[in-house]
Design a protein around this ligand. Structure first.
Ligand code: SF4
Length: 221
């Protein structure tokens, strides 16, 4: 059976945070910037490497801790890296090469600050878990977010609704990417904390489009 997406079509999982925050921001980074294109390509290529690197693995009794594990989904056309994946030996989970028994994976994503208002971190985490399920042929019912400001883990139940949202967002991202589409500016409160606000010119765009600004002030110079 041919896969829906080829490696060169893969988008970065971490981009889901940008996309949920602002679709234009994601497009400016992932559609328009060539250097990001290079990064994306590298991310896609890593799927041929071993996803279980011994250098980043720690074992404590029935717990395996893997750091920086590369993950991908050929079904959703995405790839990325998990901060940490914990595997607990038990009655359910995945078969791991060179290890006896079954190991239940649980991705853990470390974040700066505290719980966000939007669900971008949760969607990124869920996407990682969905990739692991596809790679390891197992079910992952929950995953964890750790915020450094509150020093606490949040347990996230990976519901069908959440999974569907992840699929829908990735579909939309692929659609934008294939069309090379960057949405127009829709400024709001979020623009104050946007790292691309200077590039995006949200204040200016309230009065006129970026294109007309360049036509008037740059091309006319
Ligand atoms: S400045 Fe506002 S509209 Fe522009 S990319 Fe950032 S968040 Fe989006």
């Amino acid at each position: 059976m041919s896969e829906k997406y080829q490696e060169e079509d893969y988008l970065m999982i971490s981009g889901i945070q940008h996309f949920v925050f602002c679709r234009r921001q994601w497009a400016l980074i992932h559609v328009e910037w060539q250097w990001q294109e290079n990064l994306r390509t590298v991310e896609g290529k890593i799927i041929h490497e071993r996803c279980h690197d011994e250098k980043f693995t720690e074992k404590r009794n029935d717990l395996l801790i893997c750091r920086g594990m590369r993950v991908f989904s050929s079904r959703m056309g995405v790839s990325g890296q998990c901060d940490v994946v914990e595997f607990v030996k038990g009655d359910e989970g995945a078969v791991l090469l060179g290890r006896e028994g079954l190991w239940q994976p649980c991705p853990v994503e470390y974040k700066r600050g505290k719980t966000k208002q939007d669900n971008s971190d949760v969607l990124q985490l869920c996407a990682q878990a969905m990739c692991l399920e596809e790679m390891l042929c197992c079910d992952i019912p929950e995953a964890h977010l750790f915020y450094d400001e509150i020093h606490r883990r949040e347990r996230i139940i990976l519901t069908n609704e959440l999974r569907q949202k992840v699929e829908d967002v990735f579909e939309e991202m692929h659609d934008y990417y294939i069309r090379g589409y960057t949405p127009k500016v829709k400024s709001g409160k979020k623009c104050n904390s946007c790292s691309l606000k200077d590039l995006c010119l949200p204040k200016l765009s309230k009065k006129r489009s970026v294109e007309s600004y360049y036509e008037t002030y740059v091309e006319g110079m």
